[in-house]
Design a protein around this ligand. Structure first.
Ligand code: SF4
Length: 279
């Protein structure tokens, strides 16, 4: 006689728009599933992320499990000779996000459970990366892809639930670490305006890296100090405005969909996103 494995359902929240919408979607469309929602805290997140998670928790009527890495960013940076993480050397995602998740899920798998992990890849996105399961008992599910939920659909879900967008959408459209290197230059400038202490801290990490011989800065081709020079600030802002104008002139208005938001990915390209941290 085959013994049926116990099933577990887990859904990772990044503090971002799409994963929050997926949690709401699953709660409404699959109330029969007892889903464990989790958030992997790097310890370097925006305060807006924490308050959004609290709002979401209230709407889900269930606590969100907080997973923490063994070692924080500062320890790991030291271990990497103060070289900053970058799109080519993304040790931060592995150590701060993926490892704590793997350790948490391993306990379930070791207990003989089959785990379904729900990931918020929308129907209008390509699924190029993300968490690839190495264990047959860890199954990755993409409900938005399967059910044709695109960005406007995500906005509908968030608005209808009364949750809306995370507060940081006023100035940045990504969750994740305050100093994430996937940030665009305009987002760095806004981080400086909104969270000067976090910006100062990022400058400190960068100085350590450069003084220690690292060729890489947080933002490609220039240090944060250079990025803050008044003439450079004007240039970055002007470039950003031009991108918005260019995109607006191309986008066809859809009277049935008045909730499409232009975000950084639309303006600068989808490739500059980390599916683990920014969903
Ligand atoms: S948000 Fe950015 S800096 Fe933080 S772990 Fe993810 S990729 Fe790394």
């Amino acid at each position: 006689m085959t013994v049926q494995k116990k099933e577990r359902h887990v859904l990772g929240l990044s503090g971002g728009r799409d994963s929050a919408a997926l949690a709401i979607y699953m709660r409404h469309h699959h109330p029969e599933l007892d889903i464990d929602y989790f958030f992997t805290d790097t310890g370097e997140e925006l305060p807006e992320v924490y308050s959004y998670l609290l709002d979401l928790e209230a709407r889900l009527g269930k606590p969100i499990v907080r997973l923490n890495p063994d070692r924080g960013f500062k320890f790991l940076l030291k271990k990497h000779n103060n070289f900053l993480p970058s799109p080519q050397a993304r040790w931060c995602t592995i150590m701060l996000k993926l490892k704590p998740f793997e350790a948490w899920v391993k306990e379930m798998l070791d207990a003989g459970e089959k785990v379904y992990s729900y990931v918020a890849i929308r129907s209008d996105e390509e699924y190029r990366a993300g968490y690839i399961s190495k264990d047959d008992n860890l199954v990755v599910k993409l409900p938005f892809k399967e059910d044709g939920i695109d960005k406007a659909g995500v906005m509908d879900l968030l608005n209808n639930a009364g949750l809306g967008l995370p507060k940081y959408y006023e100035w940045r459209s990504r969750s994740g670490c305050t100093f994430c290197f996937f940030q665009q230059k305009i987002e760095w400038l806004r981080l400086k305006e909104r969270h000067p202490e976090a910006f100062k801290e990022a400058m400190g990490y960068e100085k350590l890296a450069v003084d220690g011989g690292s060729p890489f800065t947080w933002s490609q081709g220039e240090s944060l100090a250079e990025l803050c020079e008044p003439a450079r600030v004007e240039q970055i802002k002007a470039d950003h405005e031009k991108r918005i104008e260019r995109l607006r002139s191309k986008v066809q208005e859809n009277p049935l969909r008045d909730n499409d938001v232009l975000d950084i990915n639309d303006l600068y390209g989808q490739s500059k996103v980390c599916l683990t941290c920014h969903k």
